[in-house]
Every structure is written in C-alpha cells, then in structure tokens.
Design a protein around this ligand. Structure first.
Ligand SMILES: Cc1cc2nc3c(=O)[nH]c(=O)nc-3n(C[C@H](O)[C@H](O)[C@H](O)COP(=O)(O)OP(=O)(O)OC[C@H]3O[C@@H](n4cnc5c(N)ncnc54)[C@H](O)[C@@H]3O)c2cc1C
Length: 411
C-alpha cells in the first residue's frame, strides 16, 4: 500500500483518487478550491455532457484532436461504457441525447460530482479542500511528497498531477501543473486556448453581432491552401465568430493560425445549391421581383441582419431595380453568397476556451500507466496533458480514462 497525493479535484483527479483507493492505497486529494469539481458544474451548460456513447473506434476517427494514439490504452482500459456504468452505480442515472452525448438524467452536472464523491467515499479517500499545492518534492528522481501553499509538507510515495489546463481559470485551473512539471525538467508544450471563438479583422463582422447561421459551410485558407472545411452552425459576435462550427475549427487550426498570423475565412451561405441551381434561382427571383430595389430583393434572400452588410460588399447600388441587375451584378451576388469572406486574426483567450491545447508532452508519459518517465512515483492525467478533443463529452471521457489508468497503475 502506498500513500498517494492527488493534486486537483476535477474529473481526472477524482477518478484517479477513486481508482487508487480501490487498488488499496491510502489516498489524499488536495484542491485549492472550496469545493470539488468546480469546472464540472459549468460543463454542458450546467448539465455536464460527461461522455459520448459512440464506439471507441469512432473516437479515433476525428473526435480526438491532439495525440489520439497516446490515449488508446487509457480509453480501452476505462471506456465510455465503463464511465456510464460507474455513474449509474454511484447514483447518477444517465440519458443519451442527440449526437450520442451522455448527460445525467436529472440535467444537473452536480449529479456527476456527487457520483465521484460517493466513489471516493466508498474507497476511503481523504479530501483536503482549500489546500493549494505549491510544489512537488522529489529526491534523486523519486517523488517524496508535496508542499502546500500554507507552508506544510505532505510526505507520500506517489503523486498524481491532475491540475487541469488554463481555461476558465476562475474554476481553479490556472496552469499550476505546467509549472510543477517544468520545475522537474518535464517538457511542456506551450498551452494555447482551444474550442474557442475566433477574432476577426473586418469592421463589418461586429455589425452582424447576434446573427446565427445554420446549415452553412465554413472554410479556412492559409494563402491558397484550404486548411479546414466543415458544415454546421455558427454565430457572429462583437469581436468575431463563435458557435459549434467555429469552436471545433479553432481546435484544428489554432496552431497554424498562431504561425501564420491570419487565415481567410469563407462562408458558403447556400451550400445545398450547386452553382447552376443558385444561378437559376437568382434569375427566377430577379424576374419575379423586378420592381423591387436590390436591397429589398436581398432581404428576401438573406437574414435581416445581413442585408445591409451584404449589399455594401457587392458594390451594387441598394436602390438599383432588380430587373436592372446585370450579369456582372449577378456574378458578384453569387460570389458573396458562396464566399462570404473575412479575415481571422486570432483566438479569444483562455477565459473563453473550453479546453487547453498543449500541456505536458505525451513523450514524457508512459501511455499504458500515465507514469511520468523521468520521475518515479509521479503520474499525470486529464487536461494537464497535451491531449484534447472536440465537443460532445470527449474531453471529460479523456479526463476519466487517463485518471482511472493513473490510479490503478500506482505501485
Ligand atoms: C464552460 C465549459 C464547458 C465544458 N463542457 C464540457 C462538456 O460538456 N463535456 C466535456 O467532455 N467537457 C467539457 N468541458 C471540458 C472539461 O470540463 C475539461 O476538459 C475537464 O473538466 C478537465 O478535467 P481535469 O480534471 O483534467 O481538470 P479540471 O477540471 O480543470 O480540474 C483541475 C483541478 O485542479 C485544481 N488545481 C489546480 N492547481 C492546483 C494547485 N496548485 N493545488 C491544488 N489544486 C489545484 C483546480 O482547482 C481544479 O479543481 C467544458 C469546459 C468548460 C470550460
């Protein structure tokens, strides 16, 4: 039996504590917050989408963004089905919604935290809240204990680092784990916000604030190279663009955006129509609305908020009669409908990022145990690692799987 200190009482830390306790260790969990699972409470808009029920093979088919292969052992050791069983056995009944997203039946994220607390109680984990950890103590490459902010030290045989990333820092995830790792000579990939909105350059974008577009295709270009293209739903904001389509795109192109400085964004507002169908439609509608002004005709074709911005971009006089629109005018309308273009200049910050990309390099970690190779007795799990996924319950599943694997691997 080892004495184990878990740093962090989020999804990964609590699951690691449970698994370590179940394996017969004496477990102490430390968190700087006044309560456990502070981030869990705000997940899934307070409903906590705690996993996704698609097959694990599908997880590896585009759902895991950074270092998917590293997660193979963890996900197969403690799968989504096992997370669902764990929740049910610990009093959190669940339901599966659109997109195979799994939620507590009550729609209360607190039920997920309750289940984790019950699990920890069952195996005798001691929880130390309001206890921020200052550093990890080691000697000759072996864990010796931890030092708390209050000055006290806690001696132990193993430490699990589950401090999360840097996103939504008000939940306690302030990136301390990166510092602990760096202090021990462990490589950390610079953290970057992910699942985060984009900032845009053009002045017309904020004018569209509040406009939500469904069934559009968003494509991103670095010079002439298309680096991302997906269909879905997005939203204009006072600083740029957001919404499901955009958040996922940010996770895939964040790194490239950082190196290129900017990307071109093109929205196809009518992706369901071929060029020919779109032209036919324009010709038909123009003849049906011949006496209308160009502006009033566009009001039939576009959401209200977009009309003036769009008309302005086409360089066609808003008062021009529809019947007087030339082939060149039609071409301009078609081009803007197909390629509503603006410039992405950056990502919003960690305060608005659902997850953090980057973190402890997976090269430093044994994927079959979550042990830190350089430091005997040290394990890391959850968002502090350089792993992340798209939305849909995958990030919490990663936290649970890596946490569980770390917990059962402690010697
Ligand atoms: C708004 C929002 C909504 C989300 N919705 C979903 C969703 O529906 N589904 C999904 O799968 N994912 C969702 N996520 C992502 C998911 O919440 C995280 O990926 C996951 O919670 C990470 O778990 P973790 O245990 O690794 O880290 P965290 O949950 O960040 O926990 C880390 C813990 O460590 C503690 N800590 C940090 N430093 C110290 C220190 N020095 N000493 C002591 N304690 C310390 C912190 O207080 C914190 O409690 C969402 C994220 C956000 C921000």
């Amino acid at each position: 039996m080892s004495i184990v200190a878990i740093i962090g009482g989020g999804a990964a830390g609590m699951m690691a504590a449970y698994a370590a306790g179940q394996s017969g260790h004496q477990v102490h969990l430390f968190d700087g917050n006044e309560k456990l699972g502070k981030k869990i409470y705000i997940t899934g808009k307070g409903r906590c989408n705690f996993t996704n029920a698609i097959s694990l093979e599908e997880y590896f088919n585009g759902k895991l963004v950074t270092n998917p292969k590293f997660l193979y052992s963890a996900l197969y050791t403690f799968s989504n089905d096992m997370v669902m069983d764990f929740m049910e056995q610990h009093g959190c009944l669940y339901k599966i919604e659109r997109g195979d997203r799994v939620f507590p039946v009550s729609d209360h994220a607190s039920d997920v935290t309750m289940a984790l607390k019950r699990g920890m109680e069952e195996v005798g984990v001691s929880v130390h809240l309001n206890n921020k950890v200052k550093s990890i103590l080691t000697k000759d490459g072996c864990v010796q204990g931890i030092q708390l902010d209050c000055g006290k030290t806690f001696a132990c045989d193993a430490v699990v680092l589950a401090t999360g990333g840097k996103s939504y820092p008000t939940t306690g995830s302030t990136g301390d784990g990166y510092r602990f790792a760096t202090d021990l000579g462990i490589d950390v990939i610079p953290p970057r916000p992910a699942l985060v909105p984009f900032v845009t350059k053009e002045g017309f974008v904020p004018l569209l604030q509040g406009l939500s577009l469904r069934n559009v295709t968003l494509s991103l270009y670095d010079g002439n190279k298309r680096v991302y293209s997906e269909f879905g739903e997005m939203l204009f904001t006072h600083f740029g663009i957001s919404g499901p389509l955009v958040l996922t795109a940010a996770s895939y192109v964040g790194k490239r955006l950082e190196s290129s400085g900017s990307l071109r964004c093109e929205i196809d507002l009518k992706p369901a129509l071929s060029d020919e169908q779109l032209d036919d439609r324009l010709l038909r509608e123009i003849s049906e609305n011949g006496s209308k002004s160009f502006r009033n005709y566009m009001a039939k074709l576009l959401p209200g908020k977009m009309v003036d911005v769009f008309v302005d971009l086409t360089d066609i006089s808003p008062d021009k009669k529809a019947r007087d629109l030339t082939a060149a005018d039609r071409e301009s309308i078609r081009r803007w409908l197909r390629h509503f273009t603006f410039t992405i200049t950056g990502l919003r910050g960690f305060k608005e990022a659902i997850v953090t990309q980057g973190g402890i390099s997976v090269k430093e970690i044994d994927p079959s145990t979550m042990a830190v190779k350089k430091c005997s007795g040290l394990y890391a799990c959850g968002e502090v690692l350089d792993v992340d996924a798209v939305t849909g319950g995958f990030n919490l599943q990663i936290a649970f799987s890596t946490g569980y694997l770390a917990g059962i691997s402690i010697e």
